[in-house]
Design a protein around this ligand. Structure first.
Ligand code: ADP
Ligand code: MG
Length: 326
């Protein structure tokens, strides 16, 4: 199949006519920006052997590629609208692969109410490579930023932390589907849950926000740097799933995997203490836990302590002490 047949057969059906992409029949898409809104745009690229193992089904790869981008939109407080897809396909990619990949995208579009609006399709002599651009809208001035954390704010995370990093360990070491704990963790790695509803509701509540893609500690460092503050995190408050807790009983010493491992795609944000009740209501409404894991401090760097107040030292991810009045 040539490029034009691939687009016509697999990708044009994913383009909702009314959205403005002319069923991918023209050179580019035309976007109507709702009045009073700003466009929010993000892009992530993935390469076989680097970002995915290669033993995943094409539909699974499609879901992850899309969801990691939607997670960025969630972190900005945006509502997803559409996406653009670039595919660099090596010779081994056949019709069956494309069919499963496009099928995966179709299911994801249903879940997240978005449409494909364009892209590019080329051959490559290198490994399978894909890039996805997601676009969304946010009311003018309502976007969440990394830069507004204030001293005295609480630090919150959505959901549970560390599942995906534990799941990656399982997926990389011959995953046994009959084990429920492993299955849960691998699914958390393969199918991130972009916290779109919570992100959209955080305007006026959160002072800073980002999504956790590179590990809790490192990403907290990004908020700290952008906001010019330090942070104190309590290890025993970091929310773990039941599966993660069970895994820790079998394979202890995974504290660092949980704190420094990536792929959580949960939201990490700060909010003043008086917002606590509103956040618990939001957690109830969305059925997603929102947990206070620490507080914003003067100074620089991230400090994490155990339940006795002793410092926890991590060897990964550039762990820093903050120098402050504490
Ligand atoms: P050009 O070569 O002029 O850039 P293409 O033939 O690559 O145009 O693309 C034709 C149309 O198909 C464009 O609207 C483009 O956005 C769309 N398109 C190409 N590849 C993809 C893809 N993988 N997914 C979605 N749309 C695509
Ligand atoms: Mg053209």
């Amino acid at each position: 199949m040539n490029e034009f047949e691939i687009i016509k057969n697999y990708f044009a059906p994913l383009s909702i006519k009314e959205a403005g992409a002319f069923s991918l029949s023209d050179d580019a898409a035309l976007l109507q920006i709702p009045e009073g809104s700003q466009l929010v745009v993000t892009k992530d690229a993935i390469i076989k052997g680097i970002h995915f193992i290669g033993n995943e089904t094409p539909a699974t790869i499609a879901a992850k590629l899309l969801r990691v981008n939607l997670s960025d939109l969630a972190a900005m407080g945006a509502k997803p609208y559409a996406y653009f897809l670039a595919l660099m396909l090596p010779a081994e990619i056949d019709d069956a692969w494309l069919k499963d990949f496009a099928g995966g995208l179709a299911s994801e579009q249903e879940i997240f109410n978005i449409t494909l609006m364009g892209g590019d399709t080329t051959h490559t002599t290198g490994p399978l490579t894909m890039a996805l651009t997601a676009i969304g809208f946010v009311a003018q001035g309502h976007a969440l930023r990394r830069s507004g954390a204030n001293i005295g704010d609480n630090i919150y995370v959505t959901g549970t932390i560390g599942d995906a990093a534990l799941g990656l360990q399982v997926a990389g070491s011959g995953f046994r589907a009959e084990n429920e704990v492993d299955e849960y963790l691998v699914n958390r790695y393969r199918f991130p849950l972009p916290r779109l509803e919570i992100g959209r509701q955080l305007h006026g509540i959160a002072t800073s926000c980002m999504d956790i893609s590179d590990g809790l500690m490192q990403d907290m460092g990004h908020i700290a740097e952008c906001s010019g503050i330090g942070a104190l995190i309590h290890w025993e408050r970091v929310p773990l799933s039941e599966a993660a807790r069970e895994k820790l009983l079998i394979v202890p010493g995974q504290q660092e995997t949980i704190l420094a491992g990536g792929d959580d795609y949960e939201l990490l944000f700060t909010a003043p203490p008086q917002a606590h009740e509103a956040l618990q209501e939001l957690a109830c409404k969305t059925s997603v836990n929102i947990t206070n894991i620490g507080s914003v401090k003067e100074g620089r760097g991230i400090k994490i302590i155990d339940k006795n107040g002793n410092d926890i030292y991590l060897s990964r991810n550039g762990y820093n002490h903050f120098t402050g009045p504490e």
